[in-house]
Design a protein around this ligand. Structure first.
Ligand code: NOJ
Ligand code: MG
Length: 534
């Protein structure tokens, strides 16, 4: 374990700051609230927390529209509160990862205010300004990822600017060296303050085609999908010149010790792994989101594990994600019965796991009535299920009316089951999903094989996914029943008896096992093949 770096052996925990813990009664989570909950994260056993954006922002996209990269929004606190958070986290051995949003700023960022002031402003070329076509229409067919056209007309200077997301989020011009340097200075500002790394927002979108070529039509577009999928983002995403930027960001981090660069990338595996960079000089962890989109069955998951492992460049470190603030919660996607199986999968696969806050208590999506919708994406394309509010509801800490999240009125309604599903109650129950997360994390810490060991023999037998982990003398088999019925499987591998180290059912049915193993419905087990029963 000792030669693995913290972000390889450790676990990342994503906090959506608005929804984690409010400390001042305004109904919105804040940094003092996070500090109050650090001991919870220590007890859970995670190693790093990633904070979604905390910077000053008009909150058109809840912080992903940054107005000042080097400060903290008053809603969340101030720089002193941030320094305190870093200090308190580090004192407890926790790392802190910030969310860098370099593709776009807020339209209220002083850079954009200057840029749109006149065509001659030195900042004009910091954004993507272009003339209309002769008929006055936008320069090309590029769309916004939130729906609608990607070009916004600016009457005062008679040009269009491009926005990959809201029109309040103009895209920076990453071909301009001054833009690059300005963002690298932002990285240094926070690195100097002690942050341990960055999750970089939409890192695969930073560069767009210089010739502004039209994106091609998507032949498999279905009319019930979000409208931006009408076109394939050939010229607005994953451009070859983007790799150099990732390397430059990495260079900035490498001037410091052991900081981590995580990239948000939604791409097929063969393109995703390119973001490790030539000679691994790119992102340490290009986020692997395959568990967000693959159908939940043993053979499908076995296939993506094998494909991913095969695609990784030599020496590249894998990672896995079950959920985040942009996707429906795992417990809702696969059902509460399978959530423990997902937990065991995430925490026994090879690679760095990222836990989205609330997964450890089995939080589900919360239905938000139309008049309470907050998410701008839902507002732009209502009623087709793209809204992200359901997975952003407040953390459920206890059985109080506001779940211990706030003394005021929460910015998003709480889950209807929060009185039964909350940290305080689940912590009392040794068979709860929270207990399972704690046990799994503790096992990862005790057994290097589970954290950094090799991954071997990935197979699906009917609805059972089986794989093994090995490191030194440590040897474990993980068997996960994706089905809702009891099953007996022949266990592959050496025909020795094995001990159940942990079952997701948490009832300690630790029989010695023979070459056959019986799994209950929705059960996962870790078998210890190192020790013999007796
Ligand atoms: C990806 C972020 O995760 C998402 O929440 C945001 O809306 C877009 N990028 C735009 O920044
Ligand atoms: Mg608050």
């Amino acid at each position: 374990m000792s030669d693995a770096i913290w972000w390889q052996r450790g676990i990342v925990y994503q906090i959506y700051p608005r929804s984690f813990q409010d400390s001042d009664g305004d109904g919105v989570g804040d940094l003092r609230g996070v500090v109050r909950r650090l001991d919870y994260l220590v007890a859970l056993g995670v190693d790093a927390l990633w904070l979604s954006p905390i910077f000053p922002s008009p909150m058109a996209d809840f912080g992903y529209d940054v107005e000042d990269y080097c400060d903290v929004d008053p809603l969340f606190g101030d720089l002193a509160a941030f320094d305190r958070l870093i200090g308190e986290a580090h004192r407890r051995g926790l790392k802190v990862i910030l969310d860098l949003v370099p593709n776009h700023t807020s339209d209220r960022h002083p850079w954009f205010v200057a840029s749109r002031a006149s065509r001659d402003d030195p900042r004009r070329d910091w954004y993507l300004w272009h003339d209309p076509r002769p008929d006055g229409s936008p320069p090309n067919n590029w769309l916004s990822n939130f729906g609608g056209g990607g070009w916004e007309w600016d009457a005062a200077t008679a040009q269009y600017y491009f926005h990959s997301f809201l029109k309040e989020q103009p895209d920076l011009n990453w071909r301009n060296p001054a833009v690059r340097q300005a963002i690298y200075d932002v990285l240094r500002f926070w690195l100097d303050r002690g942050v341990d790394g960055f999750r970089v927002d939409v890192i695969w979108l930073l560069i767009k085609d210089e010739q502004l070529r039209d994106n091609p039509v998507n032949p498999s577009f279905r009319p019930d999908e979000a409208s931006q999928h009408r076109l394939l983002p050939l010229y607005t995403a994953d451009r070859p010149e983007g790799q150099a930027i990732v390397e430059e960001m990495r260079d900035v981090l490498d001037a410091y010790d052991e900081r981590v660069l995580i990239g948000e990338i939604y791409l097929p595996v063969e393109r995703l792994v390119a973001y490790y960079g030539k000679d691994l000089r790119g992102a340490h962890l290009p986020f692997n989101f395959q568990l967000l989109s693959t159908a939940w069955n043993a053979s499908g998951i076995a296939r993506i594990i094998a494909e991913y492992e095969a695609a990784l460049p030599p020496g590249a470190w894998p990672n896995w994600v079950l959920g985040n603030h942009d996707n429906h919660r795992i417990a809702s996607r696969i059902g509460a019965a399978q959530a423990p199986v997902a937990a065991m999968l995430l925490l026994t696969l090879r690679g760095t796991p990222t836990i989205y806050y609330g997964e450890e208590i089995g939080m589900a999506d919360v239905a938000i009535p139309p008049d309470e919708v907050q998410d701008p994406y839902e507002k732009q394309q209502p009623g087709i299920g793209v809204g992200r509010d359901p997975e952003r509801t407040p953390m459920q800490w206890d059985a109080d009316p506001n779940a211990g999240f706030t003394a005021g009125r929460p910015w998003l309604r709480l889950a209807p089951d929060h009185e039964a599903r909350n940290v305080a109650m689940l912590a009392q129950d040794p068979t709860s999903i929270l207990a399972l997360y704690r046990r799994l994390i503790a096992l990862r810490r005790t057994h290097p094989a589970l954290a950094v060991g090799r991954l071997e023999h990935v197979v699906a037998v009917d609805e059972i996914l089986i794989f093994e982990r090995r490191h030194g003398a440590g040897h474990f088999a993980i068997l996960l029943n994706f089905g809702h019925e009891d099953r007996v499987v022949a266990r592959p591998g050496p025909e020795i008896p094995a001990i159940v180290l942990l079952s997701t059912v948490l009832d300690e049915r630790g029989d010695a096992l023979r070459p056959e193993i019986a799994l209950r419905a929705d059960e996962g087990v870790i078998l210890d093949l190192t020790r013999l029963p007796g």
